[in-house]
Design a protein around this ligand. Structure first.
Ligand code: ATP
Length: 351
């Protein structure tokens, strides 16, 4: 049996509660001859800024680098003042992760605007409109710089094509399309999106079995709503991908079920899409599924495909049965009750 070391950064708000639920689910895998996990928990986030003066201590980043993978809860980054640290930026830079993966899939038993959506947004996360280069021109004007590099665009495109290939080759694919859609606004952003698309086209030549197409961001947003089944893997620059992945989460099962991973060549970290949910923090009622599904992505990334399938299947079983649901899904179960139900479903699957 393989043992993986996981660095856990629980963060703020509901982060510690939902990462604890995910750990319990991960620990269940060992009872079915799956992998086992050791955990190294470290501080990061607004609470850490308040106690330590910096939101991402070096020791936490070092621990993240030393682990096989990293599981994040949620961090209240908006409350951290300038100079107090940029935990997500530090993570992305320190772990050299340049792109995120956010799947959006309708789940049986959960009401959602679309039953047909099953796509993944692969988004560049270090540059673009969020390169954090801004300046004040004068009292009445300010500029943000949209940085696009061939290196980051190429790495993100390669991740998108690898995702499309993996989805096409999955043993029980729910959705075979083998298609990458690159999103742009080339009519306006001629140089930056010109470079981004050129990099994507170059990578596409290495994947002749995957269809490659492009869409304007505005057309893509509308088509995702009207014809979500068209999309398989959406490849996007930072800000466009940020917006499209939330459209995907909204069309699928909502924030309580939306998972994500940030993947680099050497390191990776996984986190729920939702934030710290201060309105329900500490009440034990947060939906743990987004973090449990992020943990499943982590397990898949570690190469434990069968275990990842089992976790995702267990979450789907509980949601389809419908009798144990947290408040965001219209039920009144606690996080612990939802986690216990998922563990029972997982045990039934792995024997
Ligand atoms: P932050 O500033 O950290 O982003 P936020 O409250 O602005 O926090 P979210 O944390 O994403 O943003 O929460 C948005 C809404 O969704 C809140 O009402 C929150 O309670 C709810 N929510 C988010 N995550 C969950 C969850 N896992 N389970 C149940 N409700 C959730």
């Amino acid at each position: 049996m393989t043992t993986y070391s996981i660095c856990v950064l629980p963060g703020d708000g509901i982060g510690p509660e939902v990462t604890d639920c995910a750990r319990q689910v991960l620990n269940t895998l060992a009872s079915g001859a799956g992998p086992s996990f050791t955990y190294d928990t470290h501080p990061a986030g607004h609470g850490t800024f308040l106690s330590d003066g910096h939101a991402m201590p070096e020791t936490s980043l070092d621990a993240a680098k030393a682990a096989d993978a990293v599981l994040l809860g949620a961090m209240d980054v908006a409350q951290i003042p300038p100079g107090g640290g940029d935990p997500l930026g530090d993570m992305r830079k320190g772990l050299e992760v340049g792109a995120s993966i956010r799947p959006s899939r309708a789940i049986a038993g959960v009401a959602s605007p679309s039953d047909d959506i099953d796509c993944v947004v692969v988004r560049e996360v270090t540059e673009g409109l969020y390169s954090r280069i801004e300046y004040q021109v004068d009292a009445d004007a300010a500029c943000a710089v949209r940085v696009i590099t061939r290196a980051a665009s190429t790495k993100t495109a390669r991740l998108a094509f690898e995702q499309a290939t993996a989805r096409q080759n999955a043993p029980n694919p729910t959705h075979i399309k083998g298609r990458v859609t690159a999103v742009h606004k080339i009519g306006v952003l001629k140089l930056t999106d010109g470079l981004f698309l050129e990099a994507a086209e170059t990578v596409a030549r290495d994947y002749p079995d995957i269809e490659f197409e492009t869409r304007n961001i505005d057309a893509c947003a509308m088509e995702m709503v009207r014809e979500p089944e068209h999309f398989d893997v959406i490849l996007a620059t930072n800000a466009f991908g940020d917006i499209l992945s939330d459209i995907g989460a909204g069309l699928a099962a909502g924030l309580g079920l939306a998972s994500s991973g940030c993947i680099g060549e050497r390191w990776a970290y996984f986190e729920p899409v939702h934030g710290t949910a201060p309105d329900i923090a500490g009440k034990g009622v947060a939906n743990p599924c987004a973090t449990i599904l992020s943990a499943a992505m982590m397990v898949r990334h570690l190469g434990e495909t069968a275990s990842a399938d089992s976790i995702e299947g267990a979450v789907a079983d509980v949601l389809a049965a419908g009798d144990v649901r947290t408040g965001d899904l219209g039920g009144n179960a606690t996080s612990a009750e939802m986690t216990d139900a998922i563990i029972a479903a997982l045990q039934a699957r792995i024997g």
